[in-house]
Write a protein of this length. Structure first.
Length: 578
């Protein structure tokens, strides 16, 4: 059975067509109704229109919820499952210069594919896209698990990112289409909580497999296959959903903004290369570093100009949903989602490294000390998802959340190698409280203010922002950690016969001759140096919190109605600017 939403792909209006504006009343306030001259776009679903959920049995809806939560959890798990197995991977294959790509390749490929996936969801069947993506992720997990060298592990991670990003976009699309408006905030909270459960289970499960001599690190990848097989079975019970279009599949493929998609992907690949290899593989003043940063800058400007001017595409087919950025209630919360992901990535990845260096905890012990962070994060996600439809004033959530992140980020700057574990876990809990308030409410807000035909684009925008934030966080924090940590430790062990390779091994967490051959006093100096490098990574948290607070101050103080399917009417000028 096929259920269709009222969304359609808007056609570009004629130059002679003028937008008209009329006043109406909503919740006692005067708002503007827009008529944009689009023949095939309605401002909102008609009041008599059938909701896509009508006709779906409660059992089918429950199966859809379970499947979406499972897929979200796997997405979180795949994001973090290599956090505690990088050392075993290095011990198996060597190539410490390629080791950062084992974690970064996933996030970069995930964010790179979202614009293309966004276009596919506009004319492909969501159910079959999800099934194909599950198969791709399973194959990628098998490739990484059976890899004969580190390059195959990296390629496996790339294809995992492609599959998982597609799955996550489909989850958001199904939620936007089939959830009733008042359900969406809490449903997004469930998705966010499942993703968080996957994130915390990644280091724990991966570390447990790595420490077991019978399973080894390879099962950190293999374990995904049976879970996705179960998810694939659930997908067969999903209703098929394909957005209406008068064009053939070939016509839709031809209209994709291929130039924009390639430029977007190129920007993130170049950013990863520049961040990871600068100062580690290539000296900062080398021609290679200058060249890659120059090309990266050119690619960024090329993408911005191409999207703004619609070169080789049309305004409505652009890879990035530029038209949404003209609506402040969409653009600013999306920016906050990106900044939240930046703070999230830095805290999630480098707090366990702190515990490993300063307390000597193994993979499991370090990961377990993230439980306060994840527990508070999940609780606050549910709290914000439940309160948003009741309180309706979304600005308050971002203001309070940003303050928590700012306070937690400031407290992180006081951390030393002697700081007690309880204090560090308390600091991470404060950050988690702020992040949880902001993490999943951007999409419900966008769905409340946008016409139905733009809600899938809003889901893609939120997906881009979150994956983009995590990618930026991992790339920048990795560069900070490697460069600052290497410089400080090199100064301490200068003249003691240790090579640059020994220092890189130490920073990666692998067995290094440095700690075993130094006297206790010098060892403490090395640990202090590594701690300072980790704390430098937490600068991203306080910076993200500060920008997020400024952005929240710029939000309108307005109440949204989450109980109606129709969108709040937005000013014509906001869309016309796009």
């Amino acid at each position: 059975m096929s259920f269709e939403s009222p969304r359609s792909i808007p056609e570009r209006p004629n130059a002679s067509t003028k937008s008209s504006k009329a006043s109406t009343m909503q919740n006692g306030n005067k708002v503007e109704t827009i008529s944009k001259g689009y023949d095939d776009v309605s401002e909102a679903a008609p009041s008599h229109a059938q909701h896509p959920r009508d006709g779906i049995s409660p059992r089918t809806w429950t199966i859809m919820l379970c499947g979406n939560l499972l897929m979200s959890m796997i997405g979180g798990y795949d994001t973090s499952n290599v956090a505690n197995i990088q050392v075993p991977v290095y011990q198996a294959f060597g190539h410490i210069d390629l080791l950062p790509w084992v974690s970064l390749a996933y996030c970069l490929s995930a964010v790179a594919i979202v614009p293309f996936v966004r276009k596919l969801t506009s004319f492909c069947d969501l159910k079959w896209m999800a099934l194909v993506s599950c198969v791709l992720t399973c194959a990628a997990s098998a490739l990484a698990g059976a890899a004969p060298n580190i390059v195959c592990v990296i390629f496996g991670r790339v294809f995992m990112g492609l599959g998982s990003a597609t799955i996550y976009q489909i989850i958001l699309s199904y939620n936007v289409v089939f959830a009733r408006p008042q359900e969406l905030p809490l449903l997004q909270a469930l998705v966010g909580a499942s993703f968080a459960v996957g994130l915390i289970s990644g280091p724990i499960v991966g570390g447990a497999f790595a420490e077991n001599e019978h399973t080894t690190w390879r099962w950190a990848f293999y374990i995904v296959i049976p879970v996705l097989a179960l998810t694939s079975l659930l997908l067969f019970f999903y209703p098929s959903h394909k957005f209406p279009t008068k064009k053939t599949t070939l016509q839709n493929l031809k209209e994709i903004d291929w130039v924009g998609c390639v430029l977007w992907a190129g920007v993130f690949v170049l950013f990863g290369l520049a961040s990871i290899f600068s100062g580690t593989k290539w000296a900062w003043d080398s021609g290679a570093v200058i060249a890659v940063w120059t090309v990266f800058g050119l690619a960024v400007w090329a993408f911005i100009i191409q999207q703004y001017m619609s070169f080789f595409t049309t305004p409505e087919q652009r890879a990035f949903p530029v038209h949404l950025l003209t609506v402040s209630a969409v653009a600013i919360p999306s920016l906050c989602a990106l900044l939240s992901a930046v703070a999230y990535g830095a805290t999630l990845y480098y707090t366990p490294i702190y515990f490993a260096f300063t307390r000597g905890h193994g993979a499991l012990g370090a990961a377990v000390r993230l439980l306060p962070f994840i527990g508070v994060f999940i609780f606050m996600i549910f709290l914000s998802g439940g309160l948003l439809p009741v309180l309706r004033y979304y600005k308050a959530f971002f203001l309070v959340g940003a303050v928590f992140v700012l306070i937690g980020g400031g407290l992180q700057q006081t951390v030393t190698s002697q700081t007690s574990e309880s204090r560090v876990m308390g600091f991470e809990a404060v950050i988690a409280a702020g992040l949880g308030l902001m993490w999943q409410i951007s999409l419900p807000i966008a769905s409340a203010v946008l016409p139905p035909q733009y809600r899938i684009d809003a889901a893609a925008l939120v997906n881009m922002c979150q994956m983009c934030g995590i990618s930026i966080s991992l790339a920048i924090s990795g560069a900070i950690y490697e460069n600052i940590g290497f410089g400080r430790i090199e100064d301490i062990v200068a003249g003691m016969g240790f090579s640059a390779h020994d220092i890189r091994e130490l920073l990666s967490g692998a067995d290094s001759p440095i700690l075993s051959r130094l006297d206790p006093e010098v060892t403490l100096q090395v640990i202090d140096a590594a701690t300072k490098a980790i704390v430098s990574c937490f600068n991203l948290t306080i910076g993200a919190g500060a920008i997020c607070f400024i952005a929240a101050c710029c939000m309108k103080f307005e109440a949204l109605d989450f109980k109606k399917r129709s969108a709040r009417k937005v000013d014509t000028e906001e869309y016309d600017k796009a």
